[in-house]
Design a binder for this molecule. Structure first.
Ligand code: LUZ
Ligand code: MOS
Length: 766
C-alpha cells in the first residue's frame, strides 16, 4: 500500500526524522531531562469530594513528615490564582469551595517523590457536601451554564417542517474519552537568575503555560521561558490543561529557589484531568418524499465539567459541524455549555466536531430506518456540492464530498459488499454482519480567527547548516519532519543540513497551540516566509558570485546554485560563506496569518475556515450474537489529503485517527458515579483499542485532487478529520444488531460497548 501511496502523490516519503530515536529509546521526553542537583518533587493533594465547602484542612502532620520541604495552599499564590484560558474561572488551588473530585487543594513539595507520596495520607480535610451534578441536562435545568447559549440558523425550519413528508425526532448521546497520551502531563521548573524561571512542559500550548505561570507569580511573561522538545502524545489534552502542572512546578520553584518536578502518575492524571466533552442532544429532521433533507434542528447539551476550560470553543465547533457534509437549506442548531461537578472537560481531537456530526448521523439513520431506505441512500442524496452555504455563512468551494463518496463506493465495491453482507446474514444465525458509510467534512482553521497566526525563526550558520525554530509542538504527529521538508524544498538544500530546534518561547513567541489540525499549515507558511526572505538576500549574492545579470533568475536546487544562461554553478556552502564575508543577514523571522477568514459572533455568520477536508469511509463489522462481542472487519477510506507533502506521515495520522475514533465510539467508556467519582480510573477499567481491535483491513486511498492554496504546499490538514470515520463503526454495529433482532431497542447512545450490544440483541423496543 505504501508503494501505491508514493507513486500516486507528489509528496516525498521522507521518513519521520524521530523514527530512529524513538525505536532505540533515545528520544527525549520531559522525564528524560538530566536532573539538576537539588531537584524537588511536587505532589498534588486533590479534593476527595465532587462538590462542597472546605470546613477544615489540616496539613501540620504532613508538613512535619520526613523529607517534606513545604506545603503550599492558595494563600501562597502571589498573583492570580487561575489557570482558566477562555475565562478566568478555575483556581490552581481551591480555597473555600471544591467543584470536582480531583480538584487540587494543596501542593506538597519534598526531597523525593516517595516522601511526598508518604505524606499525602497525613492530610486531614473536612468538606461539607453540596449536591453533585454530573448530567448536562440536569445542569441546564438548574441554570448552570459555563457560557452563553449559541445558535446557528439558516432558512426557516418551522415553516419547512410543515411541508415535509417525513419528520423524525429523537435523542443522541456520546460519551467522554480519556486522552491516554502515552506520556502523562508534567513540568520541570528551573529558577534562573534575575527573578526568572524556565519551565520544561509537556504542553501543546506554550503561550498559555507561559502566561498562566507568569500571572500566577505576578510576573511579566518575559520572566517565564517555556521549552518543549516533544510530547508523548497530546490529542488536545495538553492544549490548555498543561498549565496546571507547569503552574504547580513554577509556584514551588519560585518560592523555594530550587528546581521542581511535577509529574503525575497515570491514575492521578486520569483523575485530575478533563476529557472529551460528553454530549446529550435532541434532534428533529424533516425530509421530502425523495429523501432530501429540508430541515434539521438540534439542541446540544455539552457536559463541560466544573470550569469553562476550552468548552465554549468546543461548543462552537459542534455548531460548525452540526450538519456534517450535507446540504440542508433550513437549519437551527442550539448549543448549551453546561456546568457539572466533573473535572473541566477539554479539547480532544475533533474538538466538538465529532459530537455534532454524530447527532446528524443519528438523525439521518433514524429517518432512513423510518423510510425503509438504506441510510447510505439518504447520505448520498444529501451530499453538499459547491455553492451550498453553511448555516454559518461560508459558501462551499472545491467540495470533494461527492468525489470521495463515489470513489469509495466504486473502489471498494459497495454494491457487491452489500449483497455479501445480506448473504452472510441469511446463512448465519449467530453471527451477523453490518456495514455503514461515513462521509466527513471538517473545517480547517481555529474557529477563533485571531489564533490563526504563526512564526518561525531560521538561522543559516557559517558552514551552511540550518537551525529552524517554529511555534509547532512535535507530539508524534511528525510536524518536525514536515517543517524540515518545507525548509529543504524552499532553500534547495539537503534535509540533513537542517535541525529542528525545541519549541521555545524566547525564540518563537506568542504561539497558538499545536491544535485544530492547523499546525503544519500555519507554521509551515511561516517557515516559507522566513525561507523566502533568506533566499531573496542570497540570490543577490549568487548573481554576483555567478556573474549573472542584476535581474537574472537564480536557482538553488539540490545544493547547486545556478542561473539560466550562465555557464557555471556554485554550491550552497560557498554561497553561504560568500554571504557571510559580504556581511549579509542569514537569519530571518517568518510570520503568517491566514488570509480571507473572519467570523462575526453577533450574527454567527462569516467565513471561519481556510478550507474543508473531505472523505468517505466504508466500515464492515461482525457481531457474535451469543456473546455481544464484535470485530471491525474493515475500514476502507477515500480521503482528501490534497497533494500530500508526506504520504507516510499522513497515512499514519489517518490510521491513528480512525482507530482512536473507533475506540471512542465502541469500547472507551468514561464512567463517573453519582458522587462524581471517576470509576474508569485506570487501564484495568478503561479499555482503549489494542492491536486486536484494530480493523483487520484498514485501506486508505488518497483522492486525486489539486489540494488547496491555503494548505501548506497544497497538502491538506490531516490531524483531526480521520477520527470521525470512527463514527461509522457505531452505525455498522447497530446494523448488525438489527440484522439479528429487527426489534432491538438500540438508542443512539455511544459508546457501543459489547455490554450494550449484548443487552440490545435480546431487547425489544416498546
Ligand atoms: N482549539 C481551539 C482547537 O482553540 N480552537 C479550535 O478551533 C480548535 N479546533 C480543533 C482543535 N483545537
Ligand atoms: Mo440527565 S441524567 O439526561 O437529566
Amino acid at each position: 500500500m505504501i508503494t501505491e501511496v508514493q507513486t500516486k502523490t507528489t509528496g516525498a516519503a521522507v521518513p519521520n526524522i524521530d523514527a530512529a530515536a524513538h525505536v532505540t529509546g533515545r528520544s527525549l521526553y520531559l522525564d528524560d531531562l538530566p536532573m539538576l542537583d537539588g531537584t524537588l518533587y511536587a505532589k498534588i493533594f486533590d479534593s476527595p469530594a465532587a462538590h462542597g465547602i472546605v470546613r477544615r484542612i489540616d496539613f501540620s502532620r504532613a508538613a512535619a513528615a520526613p523529607g517534606i520541604v513545604r506545603i503550599f495552599s492558595a494563600a501562597d499564590i502571589p498573583g492570580a490564582n487561575n489557570i482558566g484560558g477562555i475565562f478566568p474561572d478555575e483556581p490552581l488551588l481551591a480555597d473555600k469551595k471544591v467543584l470536582f473530585m480531583g480538584q487540587p487543594l494543596l501542593l506538597l513539595v519534598a526531597e523525593s517523590e516517595e516522601a511526598a507520596e508518604a505524606a499525602l495520607p497525613l492530610i486531614e480535610v473536612e468538606i461539607e457536601p453540596l449536591p453533585v451534578i454530573t448530567c448536562p441536562r440536569e445542569a441546564f435545568r438548574k441554570g448552570e451554564l459555563l457560557s452563553p447559549t449559541r445558535s446557528f440558523r439558516t432558512g426557516d425550519t418551522e415553516a419547512a417542517f410543515a411541508s415535509c413528508a417525513w419528520v423524525l425526532e429523537g435523542s443522541a448521546e456520546t460519551g467522554g474519552q480519556e486522552h491516554l497520551y502515552l506520556e502523562t502531563h508534567g513540568a520541570y521548573a528551573w529558577p534562573l537568575e534575575n527573578d526568572s524561571l524556565r519551565i520544561y512542559s509537556s504542553t501543546q500550548g506554550l503561550r498559555h503555560v507561559q502566561e498562566t505561570v507568569a500571572h500566577l507569580l505576578a510576573l511579566g511573561m518575559h520572566r517565564v521561558e517555556v521549552d518543549v522538545t516533544r510530547l508523548g502524545g497530546g490529542f488536545g489534552g495538553k492544549e490548555d490543561q498543561a498549565a496546571l502542572w507547569a503552574s504547580m512546578a513554577g509556584l514551588a520553584a519560585w518560592h523555594l529557589r530550587r528546581p521542581v518536578k511535577c509529574i503525575p502518575h497515570r491514575m492521578e492524571d486520569m483523575r485530575m484531568s478533563g476529557k472529551r466533552n460528553p454530549y446529550k442532544s435532541d434532534y428533529r429532521i424533516g425530509l421530502d418524499a425523495d429523501g432530501r433533507i429540508l430541515a434539521f434542528e438540534a439542541t446540544y447539551y455539552q457536559n463541560g465539567g466544573a470550569a469553562a476550560d476550552l468548552s465554549p470553543a468546543i461548543l462552537e465547533r459542534t455548531l460548525f459541524h452540526g450538519t456534517n457534509t450535507y446540504a440542508i437549506p433550513n437549519v437551527t442548531l442550539t448549543a448549551h455549555s453546561c456546568r457539572t461537578n466533573l473535572p473541566p472537560n477539554t479539547a480532544f481531537r475533533g474538538f466538538g466536531g465529532p459530537q455534532g456530526m454524530f447527532v446528524m448521523e443519528a438523525a439521518l439513520d433514524h429517518a432512513a430506518k423510518a423510510m425503509g431506505l438504506p441510510t447510505f441512500e439518504l447520505q448520498r442524496r444529501n451530499l453538499m456540492t459547491d455553492g451550498y452555504t453553511f448555516s454559518y455563512g461560508q459558501t462551499v468551494t472545491q467540495s470533494a464530498a461527492t468525489a470521495c463518496w463515489e470513489e469509495a463506493a466504486d473502489r471498494f465495491g459497495l454494491t457487491e459488499k452489500q449483497a455479501k453482507v445480506a448473504a452472510f446474514n441469511k446463512a448465519n444465525a449467530w453471527k451477523k454482519k453490518g456495514f455503514s458509510l461515513m462521509p466527513i467534512c471538517f473545517g480547517i482553521s481555529f474557529t477563533n480567527t485571531m489564533m490563526n497566526q504563526a512564526r518561525a525563526l531560521l538561522h543559516v550558520y557559517w558552514d551552511g547548516s540550518v537551525s529552524l525554530s517554529t511555534g509547532a509542538v512535535e507530539m508524534g504527529q511528525g510536524i518536525n519532519t514536515k517543517m524540515l521538508q518545507v525548509a529543504a524544498l524552499m532553500l534547495g538544500i539537503h534535509p540533513g543540513r537542517i535541525k529542528l530546534e525545541s519549541t521555545n518561547t524566547t525564540r518563537v513567541a506568542n504561539t497558538s497551540p499545536s491544535a485544530a489540525s492547523a499546525t503544519a499549515d500555519l507554521n509551515g507558511k511561516a517557515v516559507e516566509d522566513a525561507c523566502r526572505q533568506i533566499r531573496g538576500r542570497l540570490e543577490m549574492v549568487a548573481r554576483e558570485l555567478l556573474g549573472a545579470a542584476e535581474d537574472a533568475p537564480v536557482e538553488i536546487r539540490e545544493e547547486q546554485v545556478s542561473s539560466p544562461g550562465v555557464d557555471t554553478t556554485t554550491d550552497w556552502a560557498t554561497l553561504i560563506r560568500t554571504a557571510f564575508s559580504k556581511r549579509i543577514n542569514r537569519s530571518a523571522k517568518g510570520h503568517y496569518a491566514t488570509p480571507d477568514i473572519h467570523f462575526d459572533k453577533k450574527t454567527e455568520k462569516g467565513h471561519p475556515f481556510a478550507y474543508h477536508v473531505y472523505g468517505t469511509a466504508l466500515t464492515h463489522c461482525t457481531v457474535d450474537c451469543l456473546r455481544g462481542t464484535y470485530e471491525i472487519d474493515s475500514v476502507e477510506v477515500v480521503h482528501d489529503f490534497g497533494q500530500s507533502i508526506n504520504p507516510l506521515i499522513d497515512l499514519g495520522q489517518c490510521e491513528g485517527g480512525i482507530v482512536q475514533g473507533i475506540g471512542w465510539m465502541t469500547m472507551e467508556e468514561v464512567v463517573y458515579d453519582e458522587s462524581g467519582r471517576l470509576r474508569s480510573n485506570a487501564l484495568s477499567t478503561y479499555k482503549i483499542p489494542d492491536i486486536y481491535s484494530v480493523p483487520k483491513v484498514l485501506d486508505v486511498h488518497f483522492l486525486e485532487t489539486e489540494g488547496h492554496r491555503l494548505a501548506i504546499r497544497r497538502s491538506k490538514a490531516v490531524g483531526e478529520p480521520p477520527l470521525m470515520y470512527g463514527i461509522g463503526a457505531f452505525f455498522a454495529l447497530r446494523n448488525a444488531v438489527l440484522a439479528f433482532n429487527p426489534n432491538a431497542d438500540l438508542p443512539y447512545t455511544a459508546p457501543m460497548t459489547p455490554e450494550r450490544v449484548l443487552m440490545a440483541l435480546y431487547s425489544n423496543k416498546a
